[in-house]
Design a protein around this ligand. Sequence first.
Ligand code: ATP
Ligand code: MG
Length: 396
Amino acid sequence: MEFRSFLIKYGEIGVKGKNRWKFEDVLIRQVKTALRKVDGTFDIVRQHGRIYVDTDGSADYEDTIEALKHVFGLVSICPVVRFENRDYEFVKEQVVRYMKEVYGTQQKTFKVFTRRIDKDYPGTSETISAELGAVILDACPNLTVNVREPEIPLHVEIRNEAVSIYSLTIPGPGGMPVGTNGRAMLLLSGGIDSPVAGYMIAKRGVLIEATYFHAPPYTSDRAKQKVIDLAKLVAKYAGPVNLHIINFTEIQLAIYEKCPHEELTIIMRRYMMRIAEEMAKKTGAMALITGESIGQVASQTVDSLVCTNDVCTLPVFRPLIGFDKQEIVERSEQIGTYETSIEPYEDCCTIFVAKHPVTHPDLERIRESEKKLADVIDEMVARAVETQERILCTAD
Ligand code: ATP
Ligand code: MG
């Protein structure tokens, strides 16, 4: 069966009235962006509260579906057969042709659901459903009717301008279209967690900006490339991601030199959050995002999170906070970041880790220790922000 049209559906909860238009506008924009990567011509049609993606037949079916599956806000994608000839006999022929081509000789149950949007069309929804059902039963001996739990819900929609038939529903990623919910700054490392965290917040409609703390020569160019690759993978869903690369070496060395070694990680994390917050404010991001999860490592115990959070004034989104590592790994496999995340390039945090980091840091003591940096740190932070390198990461 050749599909030249796709009905795209979104979850409507909470998107009523004026919000609905805004939501649909952003959704359509994101669909257009996603389809730019697919060869072919597309036309997006908004009709009677429905959104269709129409093609001229040149676009590859699988590529189109694959692109649409990356658009947050889409709950489902239904390949549709649409034709303008509304003559009843023609409709019957098309319905039979559809069932034969899509289901072949498969033994399945079906039910016809008719929507008569053109109220002048002869018959009622019930009689049309019954008659189309009878025609299908006649023509397809492998199919039977089940009105309670049909395996094939065959939708026939009769409108003034055309008739649509569909029965296939391909799940979309759900969520909200990116751009309907502000912007946030993701602290993106080369690990497994932070790309998943970015994905989850983007899924709620938030535009993603990212900051990576790079510590050359302790972290290699390859480690930086890995983060760029991860940003590009997140961009498949989130749209283009501006990645800000901060040279963190000087700050790490200063902490290493002046602060107690068991507190290195916590103090370093506090500077990461401070700088990420500055970057957020510069870029219009209203919140921070991290891949932290309670208890995963010493710097993510509740006491440690209290110390890290202490320097933040913006809200910090930690979507993985209650996830087990295995659950995060599964998510990263699903979204396609896992293979890149496990590439073995060192992370700046692993170089400067103490043998016995504090797991229950005391906030007052950490603040005290940081005072040892007082005469150099402001200048270093300013330099780190000024010398940032910005890379626009788009999906390949
Ligand atoms: P991940 O898989 O995200 O690297 P992790 O278990 O290694 O997580 P940590 O190193 O403690 O955790 O980092 C916690 C969070 O801090 C990360 O999820 C990320 O958001 C942020 N982060 C850590 N290192 C960096 C870095 N070099 N650049 C930017 N953000 C970082
Ligand atoms: Mg990490």
